[in-house]
Design a protein around this ligand. Structure first.
Ligand code: KIV
Length: 325
């Protein structure tokens, strides 16, 4: 076995997630849409990252998830998979990529899995997508379900509203959860449903339930990155908690940067690059201020040769002046 293989981090699988649920170990999931945030989430030890189609709202500025395309999901999914070495990465199937039948779902899910390297896909709906979930899982594509408030149906719901609050609605949500489990989904997101309903579902299915606005009795929780890090100050969904005032932290950093530039204190010597003194003298001779002219190039050529020799030997030594990545 190669050294690389021996030290490779094992990625969390859907069986690991099931084992967590069976042991009563709460599962933490958060959204990510790019490489640096995926890296940070991985380093923080979260077991699942969702490349949510919420990226349409929080990253692309749309007012719903409806305009998001399969290409958008693949573009962001690839970056997240590159950033996360350990977390299980699940990518949302966007609006229109599976509602038109299981064949379209199969083609789009296959693209998402192949092109991003993600471990599973997520799609919205219960009973009505059960056949699609069954076909995908039979084909070896793990599927996470998503029921309750399903944002791709916002126009059908008439807004982002609590779901399952009447007995009839609640029974339908329970039927959705059961249909997904039977169809082979490995987990199900419960969004914006009463705590008691989420609790009942969690007791009635054997797969992990991941709640968002569904109370504390689910097998796990999911939050949108920007909400839980306080990156949006204008709006906070009721179900979200700001674990850090991210916007304020970023603003403070940006103000400090602006002030350092204005005070001519940034960049300092340690943040700057230097050149050989003789090369500098030569450049000054070769490119004089406009009012001066170069008359004799003999001396300049000698200086140039000396400067190049000394530059060559300097680059062979670790001068600590690397631009760094
Ligand atoms: O797209 C998303 O962020 C989601 C979560 C709200 C679960 O689906």
């Amino acid at each position: 076995m190669s050294a690389t293989r021996a030290t490779a981090v094992k990625r969390i699988s859907i069986s690991d997630l099931q084992a967590m649920r069976d042991k009563g170990q709460p599962i933490t999931m958060v959204t990510a849409y790019d490489y640096p945030s995926a890296r940070i989430i991985d380093q923080a030890g979260l077991p699942i990252i969702l490349v949510g189609d919420s990226l349409g709202m929080v990253m692309l500025g749309y007012d719903s998830t409806i305009p998001v395309t399969v290409d958008d999901m693949i573009h962001h999914g690839k970056a997240v998979v590159r950033g996360a070495k350990r977390a299980h990465v699940v990518v949302d199937m966007p609006f229109g990529s599976y509602q038109t039948g299981w064949q379209d779902a199969m083609r789009n899910a296959t693209r998402i899995m192949q092109e991003t390297g993600a471990g599973s896909v997520k799609l919205e709906g219960g009973v009505r997508v059960a056949e699609t979930v069954h076909r995908l899982t039979e084909a070896g594509i793990p599927v996470m379900g998503h029921i309750g408030l399903t944002p791709q149906s916002v126009n059908q719901f008439g807004g982002f509203k609590l779901q399952g609050k009447t007995p009839r609605e609640a029974v339908a949500v329970i039927a959705d959860a059961r249909a997904l489990e039977e169809a082979g989904a490995y987990a199900v997101v419960l969004e914006t449903v009463p705590t008691a309903l989420a609790h009942m579902i969690t007791q009635r299915v054997k797969i992990p339930t991941i709640g968002i606005g569904a109370g504390p009795f689910c097998s796990g929780q999911v939050q949108v990155f920007h909400d839980m890090l306080g990156l949006y100050e204008d709006f906070k969904p009721k179900h979200a908690r700001r674990f850090v005032q991210g916007a304020q932290v970023l603003r403070d950093g940006l103000i400090a940067y602006r002030e350092a530039v204005e005070a001519k204190e940034f960049p300092a010597a340690a943040e700057s690059f230097y050149m050989d003194e003789r090369a500098l003298a030569l450049i000054e001779k070769m490119a004089p201020p406009p009012e001066e002219t170069v008359e004799d190039f003999t001396e300049a050529t000698e200086v140039l040769e000396d400067a190049l020799a000394s530059l060559r030997s300097a680059t062979r030594e670790p001068a600590g002046d690397s631009a760094g990545a």
